[in-house]
Design a binder for this molecule. Structure first.
Ligand code: BJW
Ligand code: ZN
Length: 247
């Protein structure tokens, strides 16, 4: 499943960066956004994942997020998440960039995590900025308001919004300076996150995609591994450990 070239590249790599998307959490039972079982087969993104939609109907948007918060709290990280924790332990310079808001990488134990699209467990007031980061706070409420009267929103990035600058800068730096870059479980259609693999490639990284199917990014990847991340990643870690022992 893995080329000798990939194992060699990883053996000599000083820096490894990984971009994950909804697919890595699919085997935990978190629905992806697009595709046959995708969340957006049932919900329209333009009605839920924009600031305009939130202002138009805060109750509906809040209900959608509470549905997802509850689901996420009930599931556990899967072998793919745990394999990435092991991968982090093998390299001194390792960055895990995620588009996911589900917090499962941190729950699995990953340390150097860059959250590009925020985190569903955090919230803030749109008027005064006060933070409401206790998950239990959000979960039973219908569109809560802050002490100042402002609407409280989830701390996630909606369409048309800028990504948090510090997260974006870290991601860009990690993509442009790594030796090997993995794109895992993302359809690669949402920008600017989808530009990271290209940034990595342009700067000389060996680029590898892991997905159950080919994506918009596959054509320029050095290696495309078709399979479930929860199966492919643990195998890769095992292969790599063996290869490191041979050194
Ligand atoms: C498995 C698997 C298994 C399954 N193992 N794999 C035209 C061109 C270019 C850009 C734009 C454009 N028009 C508008 C834009 C900008 C826009 C954008 O990119 N739109 C495109 C959709 C066209 N981007 C933005 O607006 C961003 N901001 C921005 O650009 O700011 C500048 C700006 C400012 C003002 C005006 C205009 C621009 C912000 C993007 C925010 C995205 N937010 C969301 C919601 C987050 C909150 C929430 O969760 O509710 O982020 S959208 C949604 O998509 C979510 C995800 O993080 C993101 C990416 O999805 P992901 O992770 O790739 O999931 P899927 O479902 O698409 O794919 C899953 C994959 O897994 C599939 O490939 C499966 O095959 C695979 N899979 N099981 C391995 N077991
Ligand atoms: Zn407030």
């Amino acid at each position: 499943m893995f080329s000798q070239k990939l194992i060699q590249k990883l053996k000599s790599a000083k820096s490894v960066s990984v971009l994950t998307g909804a697919g890595i959490s699919a085997e935990s039972g978190v629905p992806t956004f697009r595709g046959q079982e995708g969340l957006w087969k049932k919900f329209k993104p333009e009605e839920l994942a924009t600031f305009e939609a939130f202002i138009r109907n805060p109750e509906l948007v809040w209900e959608w997020y509470n549905y997802r918060r509850k689901l996420i709290l009930e599931v556990q990280p899967n072998p793919g998440h745990y394999a990435l924790v092991e991968l982090e332990n093998l390299f001194s310079n390792f960055t895990l960039i995620t588009q996911n808001v589900d917090n499962l990488h941190r729950r699995a134990g990953s340390r150097n995590v860059v959250e590009l699209h925020g985190n569903i467990e955090r919230n803030y007031c749109i008027k005064c900025g006060k933070r409401y980061d206790d998950v239990d706070f959000a979960i039973e409420l219908k569109s809560p308001r802050c002490d100042c009267g402002g609407l409280i929103r989830p701390d996630v990035v909606w369409f048309g919004e800028l990504l948090p600058l510090d997260a974006w800068e870290k991601a860009e730096e990690a993509a442009s300076s790594c030796d090997v870059f993995f794109s895992i479980g993302t359809s690669g259609v949402v920008y600017p996150a989808a530009s990271l693999p290209q940034i990595a490639k342009r700067n000389g990284a060996y680029t590898v995609e892991i997905n159950i199917e080919r994506t918009d990014l596959s054509w320029f990847m050095d290696e495309v591994i078709i399979g479930k991340s929860g199966e492919v990643l643990p195998e890769l870690v095992e292969k790599l450990k063996e290869a490191f022992e041979e050194k």
